[in-house]
Design a binder for this molecule. Structure first.
Ligand code: CAA
Length: 384
């Protein structure tokens, strides 16, 4: 068993860390304060090949797989979780399902543009009544000639205001209402197709420089060739995609926690009380030791899940375990980081208050902690 990353991923990690430290970190707090979407940084990330991490080279990507995508999200989120989720959604929830379920024509049309960062992606599953109960879709897609006409309103759409391409889920039939996840179909919808527009922009507690909007589909006309996967099999497309997405959010959580640890180490060595650095006190040392250990253990779960997915092996449970552990851990680390910083940590003079606000969402989106428990429990119960 080899715990070292392969050489190409070590290089990727170094490249992304340099990008994060030199270009992303300096204005992260300012963007958060201003709720400013980092469009220029998305372009810079694209130039580095970070928008096509999971896309094979034949489709214009950098062929770094889910493990590569995880490293990109972790390293960026270490300084800016907003940019972290922007890239994670693009890579894991848009480029990846097109790669896994798209026809050759869809792959040819969308993957090179997504991988080059020419187009940004978004994923539109959630609706007002379909949050954790994702199968309860009310958006409808009706076949008219060679097209489908979509009507409905989607919510919590990351990248909503800036995306060029949306993976959208809608109900195409009500044949068997007792099995509500049947009859859902996935579509690739472009922002220039008639009848699609972003709705209300959300004001959020954290990840404030990421874009989160409603998505309104009002007589939205989508060509039938833009069906992703099979008609009526969209729920499986959504769930399979979320297996990868959860690895992404778990990576975001690891990045936030790592940022908390690094900020806390720095502060604990600088801050003096009772004539010595607070790092000399065992109370602080224990917190740092627990943070370091919990980050390492969650990171191992995340890397295992990404590795399984890259090998084409089942990874739902591993992804849920990774997300559950990493997101709870990130919240705990963020609380401890603020505690180590004391009053200073409660102000915007230090990044840890932002990290604490950003960590909160990792337990909510792409399946709450409670949903991850359900997925894991179903598996362990059925395995006995
Ligand atoms: N891969 C492929 N197919 C899967 C799957 C997977 N990982 N998991 C389940 N399925 C399939 C099953 O095989 C089954 O299909 P068949 O009947 O054809 O066999 C179907 O899906 C239903 O499966 P279950 O009976 O297990 O589903 P359920 O209804 O019991 O549970 C759930 C589903 C786990 C609760 C699910 O609804 C869920 O994950 N909910 C949370 C939704 C969520 O994570 N939303 C995130 C929104 S996206 C977001 O946040 C984006 C953003 O912008 C950041």
């Amino acid at each position: 068993m080899d715990f070292n990353l392969p050489e190409d991923l070590v290089l990727l990690q170094q490249t992304v860390r340099k990008f994060a430290d030199d270009e992303v970190a300096p204005r992260a707090a300012e963007r958060d304060h201003a709720h400013e979407f980092p469009l220029e940084l998305v372009r810079s990330a694209a130039r580095l090949g970070l928008m096509g991490a999971s896309v094979p080279e034949e489709w214009g990507g950098s062929s770094l797989g889910n493990l590569g995508g995880s490293i990109v999200t972790e390293e960026v989120s270490r300084v800016d979780a907003s940019l972290g989720v922007t890239l994670s959604v693009h890579n894991s929830l848009v480029a990846t399902p097109i790669l896994r379920f798209g026809s050759d024509a869809l792959k040819r049309k969308y993957l090179p543009k997504l991988a080059a960062g020419e187009w940004l992606g978004a994923y539109a599953l959630t609706e007002a009544q379909a949050g954790s109960d994702a199968a309860n879709q009310a958006t409808k897609a009706e076949k008219r000639g060679d097209d489908y006409v979509l009507n409905g309103v989607k919510m919590w759409i990351t990248n909503g205001a800036y995306a060029d391409v949306f993976v959208v889920f809608a109900r195409t039939s009500l044949d068997d209402p007792s099995k509500k996840h049947k009859g859902i179909t996935a579509f690739v919808v472009e922002k220039t197709m008639p009848g699609i527009r972003p709705g209300k922009t959300e004001e959020k507690l954290g990840i404030r420089s990421s874009s989160t909007t409603e998505l309104v589909l009002d007589q939205c006309v989508v060509p039938a060739c833009n069906v992703l996967g099979e008609i009526g099999k969209g729920f499986s497309v959504a769930m399979d995609t979320l297996d990868g997405g959860r690895i992404g959010i778990a990576s975001q959580a690891i990045g936030i926690a790592q940022g908390c640890l690094e900020a806390s180490l720095k502060y604990a060595k600088q801050r003096h009380q009772f004539n010595r650095p607070i790092a000399d006190f065992q109370a602080i040392q224990w917190k740092l030791a627990e943070m370091a250990t919990s980050i390492d253990s969650a990171r191992l779960l995340v890397r295992r899940a990404a590795w399984l997915r890259d090998r084409g092996e089942p990874c739902s449970v591993a992804a849920s375990m990774a997300k559950m552990q990493a997101s709870v851990m990130a919240n705990r680390c963020a609380e401890e980081a603020v505690q180590i910083h004391g009053g200073a940590g409660y102000t915007t003079d230090f990044p840890v208050e932002r990290y604490m606000r950003d960590a909160r969402i990792t337990e909510i989106y792409e399946g709450t902690t409670e949903i991850q428990h359900l997925v894991i429990a179903k598996h362990v119960l059925s395995a006995t």
